[in-house]
Write a protein that binds this ligand. Structure first.
Ligand code: S3P
Length: 434
């Protein structure tokens, strides 16, 4: 079994440019593939998840050229230009691939089957299958239409009005994509605002999408004459990857780091609001627009002391992927930090509530696990131990940051899952450790 060993850091110093945004990388491939003509995608995330998306579209006949410097040239074939895949599409570990593609496939007149790895095969798919069926899609999936593998026979779709039961950008994006193929205007209402990269990118490509508060209206094929225009985009760094270094700088004494070129789309940066309430200091510098997304540098330094906070369901969608690293921050804050309304974390790449509760306990943290969250008592003195990644990239990276403030050596089992979103994570971390 492979392992990584980390010891306590004196400080974190220097500059870092985290890898390109994973969510935007997936969307760039998908939307460019169904656009009319040649798109250019610069700074694509060459990591396992977006590569699953790239392979899927190649299987459906899309030519994707890989140039130097992580640039892709994607030869889009229009909304109806995809070809029936010759084999089962393997989405690997990627929920975004499986859920977003199902919206596109439902409107395309051919047969396809989606599957994934052992983690993805246990993640809920009824959340996309049910509304897609309401739109008229012909889908069957394992265990009474709940899990992958799922088989789709694409056909004409009808527009629906849909009140989403859970805040999920993947479900919303799936339905927006299906909405492009539907006859009429599809109306989707979110319970809370989730990441809006799909809306931004598709609108820039000429899709008729209106957003008003939590309501999204998508005009489909039936009422629209033109397809999607190709794009030329540059993908900024992923806030969710930056988050590990932000947290590291806050909790390791004498740290001072500059994180460059990060997408600070407000639907993603809930962690910054929480950090502010904890008394942490993250300065946003040089804010600008890159390809329709707000981008900035983040100057982060050690907090000295942090205080505990209470957070609930309202803020959860804007820090959904930051739950594990927020748990690590909580161990170093004075008082009991309570994170509730986080039941979605039970159905991520792993059960992230259980994973963090189990592993932080091994490092000596006092905590209580709830069905919908966790309460963590700080400030804890962490002691190095052997911990598990659960083959979940964000668990592995969060535990690595915890290791920086733990006495002795922390051994992380099965750390290579970081390649899902952040190849080279441990090398980057070691580069800025003093
Ligand atoms: C994502 C949406 C979120 C997030 C995931 C990426 C996306 O999932 O956790 O890492 O790219 O749309 P949910 O839609 O399940 O909340």
């Amino acid at each position: 079994m492979e392992i990584v060993e980390l010891t306590k850091a004196k400080s974190l110093k220097g500059e870092i440019t985290p890898p390109p945004d994973k969510s935007i990388s997936h969307r760039a491939i998908m939307f460019a593939s169904i656009a009319d003509g040649k798109s250019i995608v610069k700074n694509f995330l060459r990591a396992e998840d977006p590569i699953s998306t790239m392979n899927a579209f190649r299987m459906m006949g899309i030519e994707i050229e890989e140039k130097a410097g992580n640039e892709l040239v994607i030869h889009g074939k229009g909304l109806y230009g995809l070809r029936e895949p010759f084999d089962v599409i393997d989405c690997g570990n990627s929920g975004t691939t499986a859920r977003l593609i199902s919206g596109i496939l439902s409107g395309n007149p051919f047969f396809s089957v989606l599957t994934g790895d052992d983690s993805l095969k246990q993640r809920p798919m009824a959340r996309v299958i049910n509304p897609l069926k309401e739109m008229g899609a012909d889908i069957s999936a394992r265990s009474s239409d709940k899990y992958l593998p799922m088989a789709i026979k694409g056909k004409g779709l009808k527009a629906i009005n849909y009140n989403m039961p859970v805040a999920s950008a993947q479900v919303k994006s799936c339905l927006i994509l299906a909405g492009l193929y539907a006859d009429g205007t599809t109306i989707i209402i979110e319970p809370q605002k989730s990441r809006d990269h799909t809306e931004r990118m598709l609108r820039a490509m000429g899709a008729e999408i209106e957003v008003e508060g939590l309501t999204i209206k998508v005009k489909g094929e039936g009422s629209r004459v033109k397809g999607l225009q190709p794009i030329d985009i540059t993908i900024p760094s992923d806030f969710s990857s930056a988050a590990f270094f932000i947290a590291g700088a806050l909790i390791v004494p004498d740290s001072e780091i500059l994180i460059r070129n990060v997408c600070i789309n407000p639907t993603r940066t809930g962690l910054l609001d929480v950090i502010k309430n904890m008394g942490g200091d993250v300065r946003i510098e040089n804010m600008r627009d890159i390809s329709g997304e707000p981008v900035a540098g983040m100057y982060c330094k050690s907090a000295g002391s942090l205080k505990a906070v209470k957070i609930g369901a309202d803020i959860m969608p804007s820090l959904i992927d930051e739950f594990p690293i927020l748990c690590v921050l909580a161990t170093q804050a004075d008082g009991v930090t309570e994170i509730r309304g986080a039941e979605e974390l039970r159905v991520k790449e792993s059960d992230r509530i259980k994973a963090m509760a189990t592993e932080l306990k091994k490092l000596g943290v006092e905590l209580e696990e709830y069905p919908d969250g966790i309460a963590i008592k700080g400030k804890a003195s962490l002691k190095g131990n052997v911990v598990e990644s659960y083959h979940d990239h964000r668990i592995a990276m969060s535990l690595a940051i915890a290791a920086l403030v733990a006495e002795g050596t922390t051994t992380i089992n099965n750390p290579s899952c970081v390649d899902i979103s952040f190849p080279g994570f441990f090398e980057e971390l070691k580069r800025i450790m003093r």
